[in-house]
Ligand binder design. Structure first.
Ligand code: IVH
Length: 676
């Protein structure tokens, strides 16, 4: 029975998922896990009637876009009193001891992400809601389901049939660095710190994007009507048994000295943690005692957060450089008198843009405070006015490009200035070539930044398409090269003709088109010609492409110089088409489809992929050539009218699945009722 197997696979996958992500103790190799997952995916594909939003297959998310629904918290999400001073913390502990006598505390790390409340009903994740204003928050369940450390079904026994558990959705440093590197390469604005990145990701419209962002979730508090625990500590141990990720660093402390020691330890040791923390939370352990101590209107009186000070250093601003990126974006960078900060010597710090400089009123010669923004990128957070030279004057921001002299421009909605001279400004040209040859793009080995500059200076490279005309004898005589390197370079350039299309698309360096967006575009349009022919509206149909990206793409292809470069890449034999997908069947052969609206179990791109997988064709617009429109919710009225006029058959997602599987579509299931 498929149904039984589906259930069994779901249980197994959930178990191994927990062993891998929560316990860090995998029991089976990845390929076995993948094989189980594929078997389940296939069975679920064949049996849409057994679809379950809590199935492990749903962790990959979908590109369904949905406005988040506002949900009232059953128990309000309070905040915590906080302090930066040990003295105040000691007063807090003394007050507790005065009221309650000798007390046991649980000291925990204060994780620096965004708060989340998870509701479980009969051991299954029912809902995930953000803190919002504490009274009501956004329902982000679809996004939270993709976080591998959140159990979709609980393990073990003894969980209350209905309870909430709260914690923090976090972005580990590794995920943060990776995402920002991608965004930087794409010329997108960077996330300021992992907290913003976690919060921003949770509010993403596409859960498929969330699934790829590598979020984590640590829980630290249970709420329910009749929880079967006497202490916070006991509840955490149980929650861990049920499959939740509970920090292993929490400790019971019985004296002020023990609390102090915990803080002192983590103020240092937190630098080694994979996730950001910004303090320690000290909580009374005993629930009965907590009830006696009570709450203020905003926060419990039985807990307090001690916040770590962000490390700062004071140093002199020597000068400001203006860097021109490959997209023409200008970034002011401060040169500082070298200073020690959080384990490294800081010499330079970003000033972001003109607005930021004006906001800080930063002046040449000022003594400035430097912090590591989110502990990673040094930034200037303030000026020590007491030490300002008497004759100082405000900075005048540059108005022309420091490299080519072209007057700078500002684009609407962008904080940065840009040099618009794309094809004539040296760092932009070189930057684009360097981007093109990157490992994640064309992966041309042997050609580093210096060599590219060398080739540019020697008139051998004017733009990236010149790469394919380079000959070894031209390169060999150049300084630091020689015959062997020259041959390697030419061979590596030739090999780059085989690089898959999505990497070529990324390599072109279209503003805002990072590695991931390029993948989505390639997946959706399948060829450069199709991307070039697409209208802005059509571009926005691809995952992660919004108005801003669509405009940047359209602008890119409006430029005659870019078209010339693409023409030459085409002549050189670079791949400008995605590889054909393997067919699973010919069931839909000869049939043309249009996908419209939002769907319940598949994303639009998944449906399109299924159509091609089974031999059908996807068309963008309704016409007499279309056989079926697969209609989800919110199908545009214009499309509907046109379809009716042309007599095109309109089918539901379930009916479409039935076309592929040859089974009768299931009856519409009633929607999940809402509790509030
Ligand atoms: S307990 C009623 N424990 O800090 C108090 N909060 O400043 C519930 N946070 O909104 C919170 N780590 O988002 C608690 N170990 C921890 C925490 C923690 C991070 C966050 C949480 C809360 C905020 C309060």
């Amino acid at each position: 029975m498929d149904r039984v197997r589906i259930e069994e696979l779901r249980r197994q996958l959930e178990y191994h998922n927990r062993r891998y992500y929560v316990d860090n103790a995998p029991e089976i190799p990845d390929y076995e896990f993948d094989a189980l997952m594929r078997e389940l995916q296939e069975l679920e594909r064949r049996h849409p009637e057994h679809a379950d939003p809590n199935s492990p297959t749903q962790r990959v998310g979908s590109d369904l876009t949905a406005e988040f629904e506002t949900v009232r918290h059953r128990y309000p999400m309070l905040s915590l009193g906080n302090t930066y001073s040990l003295e105040e913390l000691h007063e807090f502990l003394e007050r507790i001891e005065r009221e309650a006598g000798e007390t046991e505390y649980v000291c925990e790390l204060k994780f620096d992400g965004t708060a989340i409340s998870l509701t479980y009903e009969n051991g299954e994740l029912l809902r995930a809601v953000t803190r919002g204003d504490g009274v009501a928050g956004d329902d982000v369940t679809a996004n939270v389901r993709t976080i591998r450390t959140v159990p979709l079904r609980l393990q073990g026994t003894g969980w209350p049939s209905y309870f909430e558990i709260r914690g923090e959705v976090l972005m580990p440093y590794a995920s943060f660095d990776k995402i920002n590197a991608e965004r930087e390469a794409a010329g997108e604005t960077l996330f300021a710190n992992p907290r913003n990145a976690a919060a921003g990701t949770l509010k993403q419209q596409s859960s498929a994007v969330v699934a790829r962002r590598g979020l984590d979730c640590t829980l630290y508090q249970l709420s329910g009507d009749d929880l079967p625990f006497a202490t916070h500590w006991a509840s955490l141990q149980k929650a861990r048994e049920w499959g939740f990720k509970i920090s292993e660093h929490a400790r019971i402390c019985r004296t002020t000295a023990e609390v102090d020691a915990f803080i002192a330890h983590w103020d240092e040791a937190r630098r080694e943690l994979p996730v950001p923390t910004d303090g320690v939370v000290i909580k009374v352990n005993d629930f009965a005692e907590r009830r006696r101590i009570g709450f203020t209107s905003k926060a419990p009186k039985w807990a307090v957060a001690y916040k770590f000070k962000a490390e700062q250093a004071l140093t002199r601003l020597l000068s400001v450089d203006f860097q021109v990126g490959r997209t023409g974006a200008i970034t002011p960078v401060a040169n500082l008198d070298p200073v020690q900060l959080a384990g490294t010597t800081v010499r330079r710090a970003t000033l972001h843009n003109a607005e930021q400089m004006a906001l800080l009123d930063i002046r040449p010669g000022d003594m400035v405070y430097v912090e590591k923004g989110g502990e990673i990128i040094p930034k200037i957070t303030g000026v020590e006015l007491a030490e300002r030279p008497a004759d100082s004057r405000p900075f005048e921001y540059i108005t022309t490009c420091p490299e080519c002299g072209t007057p700078l421009v500002r684009y609407e909605g962008e904080a940065k200035h840009y040099c618009p001279n794309q094809s004539g400004c040296r760092p932009q040209i070189i930057g684009r070539i360097i981007h093109f040859i990157r490992r994640k793009a064309m992966d041309i080995e042997g050609l580093g930044e210096e060599t590219v500059e060398l080739l540019y200076e020697n008139g051998l490279l004017h733009d990236l398409s010149d790469l394919y005309d380079l000959k070894a004898p031209q390169l060999a005589p150049l300084p630091r090269l020689g015959e062997k390197s020259a041959e390697n370079i030419v061979r590596s350039i030739a090999a780059s003709r085989e690089v898959p299309f999505h990497r070529v698309l990324f390599g072109l360096g279209i503003r805002f088109v990072g590695e991931t967006t390029a993948k989505y575009l390639a997946e959706h349009f399948r060829s450069l010609d199709a991307v070039m022919a697409a209208t802005r509206e059509e571009l926005e149909e691809a995952d992660e492409v919004g108005a801003k990206i669509a405009e940047a793409i359209a602008d890119y292809f409006d430029d005659a110089e870019n078209l010339r470069i693409i023409g030459r890449l085409r002549e050189a034999g670079v791949r400008l088409e995605a590889e054909e997908r393997q067919r699973a069947s010919e069931t839909l052969a000869g049939k043309a489809f249009v996908i419209s609206g939002k769907f319940r179990t598949h994303s639009r791109d998944e449906l399109k992929e299924l159509i091609e997988l089974h031999g059908g064709r996807n068309l963008a617009a309704v016409s007499a050539n279309v056989d079926y429109i697969v209609a989800g919710e919110n199908m545009g009225p214009a499309k509907l009218k046109k379809a009716e006029k042309l007599g095109v058959k309109i089918i539901s997602e379930e009916e479409f699945m039935a076309l592929i599987t040859g089974e009768t579509p299931p009856k519409e299931e009633p929607k999940q009722g809402k509790l509030f």
